[in-house]
Design a protein around this ligand. Structure first.
Ligand code: HEM
Length: 366
């Protein structure tokens, strides 16, 4: 194929996915409608993820007034926020709880968008940008975990980065060195230390939030241009106006989410989920203490990693990543019924591994 032809095909493809000529107040606000059916609740999930992202931006900016990104002061500055800054403990707790809630909302959003076949033409780019958003969300969780510089934070990050390096032994020739280079680039020096903290801080507060905002812009533009997908087979019961009906319901969901988050953050310190000594400042001379685990949202990968050979998880997660990216094309002819079964199975796997992962681990490893 010649270059002009490739350009023409690309232009036509982009024009169909981003019909910006449709951008008008009338089409995007006055006439916008949402289908009403048994799965309509799923249309609130993306908005919920968006709400939690907003909470993270506000609480994160407030934490920046006091947080110090240095190995000597990070832990003390976090303790100072918790014990001495008025409202500091609440803001910090909201940031920690909302990160978990955002990840849960994004996972449910992904599964429901899949089950409703919302990725089908012309929404391929909504889906693909969604997969990128999922990666950025996990990246924010991983980088944020290190910042308080306590035992769990530093040791869990070391283990996470070590698994990146281990990928090398399964790659051929010169490629075997790539994962080590990636690890050292992220780590910044021979061991997890100040350079790592500086890089994770830059990623967590600037690079990933900017990447999130850019990608989210394309994601939401695409949603606005195509309207909500039908979501079910056959015609929906009826449609409701986006403004003001659906929008008011969206705001109500956000209001309830805020109250739930506020009450939980006020009553349950996020750290009470772990054993206390693990929150001592990181001791570079000590050995890795028992009980170090990643955050719950990595359990679906962590427990299988503890139970199965590394290469099985490597092949499995590479395939999963490829299938997620390729979903709009791989499943274009799959019925909604099959998609719903697959989504329920995936949801069950996530639930069982997250809630019972430890028991499953002990069952097999004693
Ligand atoms: C930071 C993460 C994310 C945010 C803030 C976000 C936000 C949104 C919002 C506000 C909507 C419109 C309301 C709705 O349909 O729920 C939406 C739609 C959509 N999102 Fe996301 N999203 C995120 C991640 C994802 C992920 C991980 C996927 C899947 C890979 C995804 C796929 C989709 C699809 C296909 C639609 C169109 C739904 C339809 O037309 O019915 N999004 N997103």
């Amino acid at each position: 194929m010649k270059l002009p032809e490739i350009i023409k095909i690309t232009e036509a493809y982009v024009a169909e996915r981003f019909p910006v000529e449709k951008m008008s107040y009338s089409a995007m606000v006055v006439k916008k409608e949402v289908p009403v059916h048994r799965l309509s609740w799923a249309y609130y999930m993306g908005g919920l993820a968006l709400f939690f992202f907003g909470v993270q931006m506000v609480t994160g900016l407030l934490l920046l007034f006091y947080y110090q990104p240095t190995v000597s002061d990070a832990h003390a500055s976090v303790e100072f926020i918790t014990d001495h800054v008025p409202g500091g403990s609440l803001v910090r707790n909201m940031h920690a709880w909302a990160s978990s809630m955002m990840i849960a909302a994004v996972m449910v959003h992904l599964l429901t968008a899949f089950a409703m076949k919302a990725f089908a033409k012309p929404r391929e780019m909504t889906w693909v940008t969604g997969v990128v958003l999922l990666g950025i969300t996990f990246g924010l969780g991983f980088t944020g975990y290190l910042l308080p510089w306590h035992q769990v934070a530093v040791n869990a990050t070391k283990i996470g980065l070590q698994s990146v390096q281990e990928v090398g032994q399964y790659l051929p020739g010169a490629m075997a060195e790539w994962p080590r280079i990636v690890k050292e680039t992220i780590q910044g020096e021979a061991a997890v230390g100040q350079a790592t903290l500086s890089r994770f801080f830059a990623l967590h507060v600037i690079i990933l939030p900017l990447a999130m905002m850019g990608t989210l812009g394309i994601h939401l533009l695409s949603v606005q241009l195509h309207g909500m997908s039908r979501g079910i087979d056959g015609a929906p019961k009826r449609h409701e106006k986006f403004f003001p009906t659906f929008f008011i319901k969206d705001l109500t969901v956000w209001g309830v989410a805020f109250i739930v988050l506020f009450v939980i953050a006020l009553c349950v310190p996020f750290e009470s989920l772990y054993s206390y000594p693990l929150f001592e400042p990181f001791n570079p001379k000590g050995s890795t203490p028992d009980g170090i685990k990643p955050e719950w949202y990595f359990y679906f990968l962590y427990y299988p990693l503890e139970l199965l050979p590394f290469w099985v998880i490597l092949v499995g997660s590479t395939l999963l990543g490829a299938v997620l990216m390729g979903t709009p094309w791989i499943f274009q002819n799959t019925s909604r019924k099959t998609l719903q079964i697959l989504a329920v199975l995936a949801g069950l796997y996530l639930f069982v591994m997250t809630v019972f992962g430890e028991q499953i681990y002990h069952m097999f490893k004693g």
